[in-house]
Unconditional design. Structure first.
Length: 163
């Protein structure tokens, strides 16, 4: 019979699983999977409750973008709804506060002939899993089960599935 995990052990166990499923996806340096529990999960649900934030997150999963690029992206998706740079900055801060996006460097503004730099943003993970309920009630899994799951994920990636 397995032992029950307390909240700290539960969180560290999920964090370990998340780290095991994390890989470097090239220059984006984005996690494949991010598992959110507790306050992180609540913050993510709050942040994703807005359509513009979901669109911003979707765009930043594709590539790094500046605020002005995100304004252009959102304007193309919905030409009737003009969004201001201040609004995009607000949404970025909310997404950053929830851990869904992060600042990822700077690039020269304009044609590059200036010392002014603009911030670049990126998503922190390709896939986000929001764990709810009593995670301690789940049965304990032996390490072999986790390794088998990782092997299956590896095969699925080789077959072309985006995991």
């Amino acid at each position: 019979m397995g032992t029950r995990l307390n909240t700290d052990e539960e969180s560290s166990g999920l964090a370990a699983l998340s780290r095991a499923l994390t890989e470097d996806t090239g220059d984006r340096n984005m996690d494949t999977l991010k598992i959110l529990t507790g306050d992180e999960a609540v913050a993510a649900v709050h942040a994703l409750n807005d359509e513009s934030r979901r669109r911003i997150l979707y765009a930043l999963k594709a590539r790094r973008m500046s605020t002005s690029e995100l304004v252009d992206f959102l304007a193309k998706k919905d030409p009737d709804n003009t969004i201001k740079p201040q609004t995009v900055r607000y949404h970025l801060k909310e997404l950053e506060r929830s851990g869904l996006v992060k600042q990822d460097g700077y690039e020269p503004a304009g044609n590059g002939g200036t010392h002014i730099l603009k911030k670049l943003w990126r998503a922190t993970a390709e896939n986000i899993f929001i764990a709810t309920g009593n995670m301690a009630a789940l049965p304990e899994r032996p390490p072999a089960d986790i390794n088998t799951s990782l092997d299956i994920i590896d095969v699925m990636r080789k077959l072309g599935f985006a995991i």
